[in-house]
Design a protein around this ligand. Structure first.
Ligand SMILES: Nc1ncnc2c1ncn2[C@@H]1O[C@H](COP(=O)(O)OP(=O)(O)OP(=O)(O)O)[C@@H](O)[C@H]1O
Ligand code: SF4
Ligand SMILES: [Mg+2]
Length: 324
């Protein structure tokens, strides 16, 4: 384990009890994230991206695995210790209204974490709120507005200001621009990038949109049916995708900003997503994989290194040059 990493996640798993049985939402997820870096997390709907993001912040409890954040074993913290650590770890959701209190003004929403954590006196808090509002591009006269009176882009700026209030080190951004008008998406992405540079923030950036992830990320993890099936530095992954699933996903990738007009880049993938309650035997991708062979149906592929910091779970990766 490198001491230069801010976050080290190893073999994190999470299941949910559902009427049909036990649903494997995340299985054995491992990754690292350095300070001021972004890990992009991509995969189809239901692949486990949000569950992984929430489990890392302990907004939901993982079943097993370890999360070391800033040198601290997050899973062993008491509720009180976790509450203190939460200052350093924030989350931004797709729907800004879901994380704002509609009965509170913009100013009060942004101030809320400062009050909860008892930071500063009234004057200092008000000053901090003005500072944050200015930084995220909200005019002062919006302070007394209520969230529902703002546009989606403005609401997300309030959420970002609120997330920044406690000077976090890590923000999990779960589809932060997907619900916004196309014209606003690039503004919010640029704001997140500027804030990252200014505050040395690390992001886990979850998105359906591979082009946005390519634009934002230093490294990318690709999830399929609850598992990270490929992980690599962003340039390496886009230049040499190894997993057949990643390759299919990438076939229709456009560049930002063109891609912002496109809601999903996953429309070309054939076949149904299998049930996470009864996942397929062997490689979970085998029912949809154009390269599947007998071993794929019976034996789960181990994760293997196929390049510098490039890991992939596929029997055929690195064996032959594949063309899909
Ligand atoms: N609280 C829950 N109870 C039961 N099942 C859940 C719960 N939360 C998530 N799941 C299931 O876990 C799996 C992973 O869900 P998750 O929301 O993490 O996927 P996702 O990759 O974020 O999808 P999307 O792109 O649609 O947001 C899905 O099958 C989902 O139905
Ligand atoms: S292990 Fe087999 S089925 Fe799975 S992705 Fe690789 S080739 Fe396809
Ligand atoms: Mg999600």
């Amino acid at each position: 384990m490198s001491h230069s990493e801010l976050l080290v996640v190893e073999n994190l798993s999470k299941t949910f009890k559902v009427p049909g049985g036990t649903l494997k939402a995340v299985q054995n997820a491992s990754f690292t994230l350095g300070p001021a870096k972004t890990l992009g997390l991509v995969g189809e709907s239901g692949s486990g991206k949000s569950t992984l993001g929430r489990a890392v912040l302990r907004l939901i409890e993982a079943d097993s695995g370890s999360i070391v954040f800033d040198g601290v074993d997050i899973r062993s913290l008491s509720t009180k210790e976790l509450r203190l650590k939460r200052k350093d770890m924030q989350m931004i959701f797709q729907n800004p209204l879901s994380s704002l209190n509609p009965r509170m003004t913009v100013e009060r929403n942004i101030k809320d974490p400062l009050i909860i954590h008892n930071i500063g006196d009234a004057k200092e808090r008000s000053h901090r709120v003005r500072e944050l509002m200015e930084r995220v591009g909200l005019s002062e006269n919006m302070a007394r507005a209520y969230p529902t009176e703002l546009s989606g882009g403005q609401q997300q700026r309030v959420v970002i200001a609120r997330a920044l209030a406690l000077n976090p080190k890590l923000i999990v951004c779960d589809e932060p621009v997907s619900a916004l008008d196309v014209s606003i998406q690039l503004q919010i992405i640029s704001l997140l990038q500027d804030l990252q540079r200014e505050h040395n923030l690390s992001y886990i950036f979850i998105s359906h949109n591979l082009a946005v992830v390519e634009y934002m990320s230093d490294a990318v993890a690709v999830m399929y049916l609850s598992e990270i099936v490929e992980r690599a530095p962003v340039d390496e992954l886009f230049a040499h995708p190894q997993h057949p699933y990643t390759r299919v996903l990438m076939q229709s990738v456009l560049k930002v900003p063109e891609s912002l007009a496109q809601r999903s880049t996953f429309s070309t993938l054939p076949g149904e997503i299998p049930s996470p309650i009864n996942p397929p035997s062997g490689c979970p991708f085998h029912p949809r994989c154009p390269l599947a062979t007998d071993i794929c149906r019976t034996t789960k592929p181990e994760e293997k290194m196929v390049g510098d910091q490039h890991q992939v779970s596929c029997h055929q990766a690195g064996v032959t040059a594949q063309v899909i």
